[in-house]
Design a protein around this ligand. Structure first.
Ligand code: FAD
Length: 477
């Protein structure tokens, strides 16, 4: 019986549940499919760097699959509305009797899969959707009253209990399949409308499972034990930089979990603080995916805390542009935004700082920031990005309370104490000492950096403005 595995954000051969199950299901041909959907990608603001990363990883995966006699087929479906027709036609062409996928959790992804499932089942083709992208089935971890968790610490406690009872195991690599006469399709080097990034960016994110595992091993060997103390310092190589690999599914969360447990005697909630803290972050990833399913409105541009929809955000295109381009006159914010443009990635501490700055000091709607991040991040992920933005904007689940506004200058002094990160990304300030570099405006025009802008906003006054805007919400009947 011919089976098909439809790959999406699961671009790996090892520990891929859909692939492993499809391989184990019979002894006929096994085919793999990937859809090229530029219209849908544009609608979702997928960054050109992310599309390029998909294509480079697909090319690598194609080689691994070829060695297993699994042809990789590529089809064009401009939008996901076209997916049912494209899949049906492919299944008819090759006599496919069953289709395996790994489940995805955005509203559009779920609707796409329901439509494809209906079309295939109408034609007598079986549909199998597997849990793979996360550790627990959404809906399987609920509060005592039967709702989705809204508080992370409670969710994490539940995850710990489940992991202690049953640690997810890794899926086997498929066995070599019988030879198949169907040829693989070539993976394009680029897709129209998504400019390939330069070599410098590509080299930061080498493609393929082998590269991902090298990064995971190096992090586990050299940094993981110190993660807790180093993770907040953007000038240090203290975090794993695995997010892009997790988002594209080149690595699985199970592989990461097992790598972490291996150096902590199998413990996830105690033992080495670095390991515990890193697993904690992986559970934030899990938490936000569950939120996406439990509260689908966050997938549709709506605030989790619906009362914040009435907030009087500013329309300030010039301020937004200055933030996007890294020209706000606040060095840590500008360094971070320039890191994003140049590398497709930003350190987590900085994501929080720039998001708070945009939504509190500039009082600009978090949706503008969320969109800019998606359009530029190589690791752009609806659940984590939306969760991070709504956390920073105090509109989300378990969010930062609105009155706890980061001061970017204090954050800068604390987390980039020598100014090394600022110096790397804002060369105009490289000549300033480690005290002045955080706030060159305080030096006055004469001693400051002539090529660097003055702050576009007064931090103290804008803080008060944000507090007033949020307080006004409290009083809304
Ligand atoms: P590590 O510190 O090594 O963490 C390991 C993994 O845990 C990460 O790769 C990631 O998969 C997960 N993780 C870590 N922190 C978080 C978190 N706070 N929420 C969810 N998952 C987390 N992460 C994305 O993957 N995609 C996004 O689009 C994204 N947008 C964000 C936007 C904002 C405003 C904020 C505040 C955070 C966002 N994050 C996003 C979360 C986090 O910043 C990144 O996952 C992290 O910086 C990636 O670097 P790393 O791989 O070195 O992380």
């Amino acid at each position: 019986m011919t089976r098909l595995v439809w790959l999406r954000n699961d671009l790996r051969a090892h520990d891929n549940t859909a692939l492993a199950r499809a391989a184990a299901q019979g002894d006929g041909s096994l085919l793999a499919l990937w859809l090229i959907s530029p219209g849908q990608w544009r609608a979702h603001d997928d960054a050109p760097a992310k599309v390029d990363f998909w294509l480079r990883n697909l090319a690598e995966l194609g080689k691994t699959l070829a060695a297993l006699n699994i042809p990789l087929l590529l089809r064009h479906a401009e939008h996901w509305d076209d997916a049912p027709g494209v899949l049906l036609e492919l299944c008819r062409e090759h006599g496919v009797r069953s289709v395996h996928v790994n489940a995805e959790y955005g509203v559009h992804e779920q609707r796409r899969d329901q439509a494809v499932q209906a079309a295939l089942q109408g034609a007598g083709i079986a549909w199998h959707s597997h849990l793979d992208q996360i550790l627990f089935q959404p809906g399987s971890l609920l509060t005592k009253s039967g709702g989705y968790f809204q508080v992370f610490s409670q969710f994490r406690k539940r995850c710990y209990a489940e992991l202690a009872a049953h640690l997810p195991t890794l899926q086997p690599l498929p066995a070599i399949q019988p030879p198949c006469a169907i040829a693989s399709d070539p993976v394009p080097a680029a897709v129209d409308g998504f400019a390939a990034p330069g070599d410098a960016l590509r080299q930061l994110w080498p493609a393929g499972e082998a590269a991902a595992h090298r990064r995971l091993s190096a992090f586990a060997d050299q940094h993981l034990e110190w993660y807790d103390g180093q993770r907040d310092f953007p000038a240090q190589p203290g975090t794993s930089r695995l997010s892009a690999y997790l988002v594209a599914g080149v690595l699985s969360p199970r592989q990461c979990l097992h790598a972490a447990l291996a150096i902590n005697a199998g413990e996830f909630a105690s033992g080495n603080p670095g390991v515990v803290s890193w697993i904690n972050e992986m559970l934030w990833r899990e938490f936000y995916k569950h939120i996406l399913v439990g509260y689908p409105r966050v997938s549709m541009g709506r605030a989790f805390r619906t009362e914040t929809e009435a907030l009087a955000w500013r329309e300030a295109p010039a301020d937004l542009a200055a933030w996007q381009q890294g020209n706000t006159g606040i060095p840590i914010v500008d360094a971070a935004m320039r890191q994003l443009s140049a590398t497709g990635w930003m350190h987590n501490r900085l994501r929080m700082i720039v998001a708070m700055f945009l939504t509190k000091n500039l009082l600009i709607d978090w949706r503008h920031g969320e969109r800019w991040f998606m359009q530029n991040l190589i690791d752009g992920d609806l659940a984590a990005n939306n969760g991070g933005w709504q956390w920073s904007a105090s509109t989300g689940t378990d969010a930062a309370p609105y009155f706890r506004i980061f001061n970017p200058l204090t954050q800068s002094e604390k987390f980039d104490p020598d100014g090394a990160f600022i110096r790397q990304w804002v060369p105009e300030l490289a000549g300033l000492n480690k005290r002045d570099i955080h706030n060159p405006a305080a030096l006055g025009g004469l001693f400051g950096a002539p090529d660097y802008p003055r702050p576009i906003v007064d931090l103290a006054r804008s803080r008060e403005r944000a507090l007033a805007a949020f307080k006004a919400l409290d009083q809304t009947p």
